[in-house]
Design a protein around this ligand. Structure first.
Ligand code: GLA
Length: 386
């Protein structure tokens, strides 16, 4: 769907007149998984696909929401833009409106909104963060509210907590808001300091493999991991008082590990603390052009997510195992929350066709699911289109 197709659809739905369009991307995380809500490092990049939002301010006192992906539509009174509408997709944009209301913004006028997304839903590529972020950008500009981008990112994360019930970290909304073409974002999730690191992969591409097993990132499993990390913080605090796991270095953890009696918090901490160290090292290796070592760190990340964090599952493990069998694969790991969704692999150009054919065939034979593959382009963060 091109931008001019989207404009046409908007006019068909809401009629002629002035309106504007915004875009915010999904993301793929190269390394640094389940570290964000532990104050650690992440290294995601924005994708070229994401969520589009077309908006017109109206004289009515309601906001109309429609999507080109899903049939459900809603018309919500401006004063009700902080109330959930069943379990419908509109809760993502409404959740963002609610954050503006919380800040004391009064919407005197309503709007007509049309949404279109081309991030595969439930694939762990942050379709929801893209939708939240594009909504935040559009509201901020349409109603001339003037908030900073970082504030919009934080509000989008809050919308996910309060309206989707997922106690996520800030990585996805940050990547969607701050991404830059051909760069990955090395973000310290504690301080929110970040560097845009050029991703110049000579003769290598980022290939995303979708297990097509919907990532069951229901609030349940994800929030359980978040609380297990809190339990790990408590356990470690008996020896060294900390607020987040990122305060513990790998060497410190090694000396503490045996004292932690309970297995689950110990394993979760081992993943998080080792992953933070891997991420920091991986960024350094990339900066020094050591792609092979970067790939090995990606592999280490997956293995830790499988064995210690236990968020991979059969489909992601199978996809990664098959990927690693292909000559020309530099590294392969799950990306995002886990429990299904996508893997990310670095694949040499000459191996890409074989990769897609072989991994596709073998994955399907082993799981009965048909996978999908995307050669990723690293795109820009949230922006106004017209
Ligand atoms: C989901 C969350 C992120 C992050 C990842 C795991 O995508 O939304 O905040 O925790 O899982 O790294």
């Amino acid at each position: 769907m091109t931008v001019s197709d989207l404009k046409q659809k908007f006019i068909e739905k809401y009629g002629e007149g002035e309106f504007h369009g915004y875009f915010s991307p999904g993301r793929v995380n190269l390394i640094g998984e389940h570290t964000d809500y532990n104050g650690g490092f992440v290294f995601p990049c924005a994708l070229s696909f994401g969520a589009y939002l077309l908006i017109r301010r109206t004289d009515r006192q309601t906001v109309r929401f429609a999507s080109l992906n899903l049939p459900f539509e809603a018309e919500v009174a401006v004063e009700d833009l902080n109330k959930k509408v069943g379990k419908e997709w509109v809760n993502y944009p409404i959740g963002v409106f609610a954050q503006f209301l919380k800040k004391g913004v009064k919407f005197e006028q309503g709007a007509d909104i049309l949404i279109f997304g081309d991030v595969p839903n439930g694939a762990g590529l942050s379709s929801s963060a893209a939708l939240e972020m594009v909504t935040a950008m559009a509201i901020n500009e349409t109603y001339e509210i003037g908030l900073e981008r970082l504030e919009l990112i934080k509000m989008s994360q809050k919308a996910e907590h309060e309206f989707a019930g997922v106690m996520c970290g800030i990585m996805d909304q940050f990547a969607s808001g701050m991404g830059k073409a051909n760069h990955a974002i090395f973000l310290n999730c504690d301080t929110l300091d970040y560097d845009l690191v050029p991703v110049e992969l000579d003769g290598i591409k980022i290939v995303i493999s979708n297990t097509n097993s919907p990532h069951k990132l229901d609030s349940g499993m994800y929030n359980q991991r978040v609380s297990e990390c809190h339990a790990a913080v408590d356990a470690i605090s008996q020896y060294k008082p900390i607020k987040v796991l990122a305060e513990v270095s790998w060497d410190e953890f090694k000396s503490l590990e045996d004292k932690m009696e309970e297995e689950v918090p110990r394993k979760r901490a081992r993943h998080v603390i080792s992953e933070i160290a891997r991420t920091e090292q991986a960024v350094q290796e990339l900066r020094n052009g050591n792609i092979d070592t970067f790939g090995q760190l990606m592999n280490g990340s997956h293995d830790s997510l499988r064995d210690d964090y236990e968020v991979t599952g059969e489909e992601l493990d199978t996809m990664v195992e098959e990927a690693r069998k292909i000559d020309g694969v530099v590294g392969s790991r799950m990306t995002g929350g886990g429990f299904g969704g996508c893997t990310v692999s670095l694949v040499k150009d000459e191996a890409i066709d074989t990769f897609i054919a072989e991994v596709g065939k073998n994955y399907e034979a082993r799981t009965g699911l048909k996978p999908a593959f995307y050669v990723a382009e690293i795109g820009d963060g949230a922006k106004r289109l017209f």
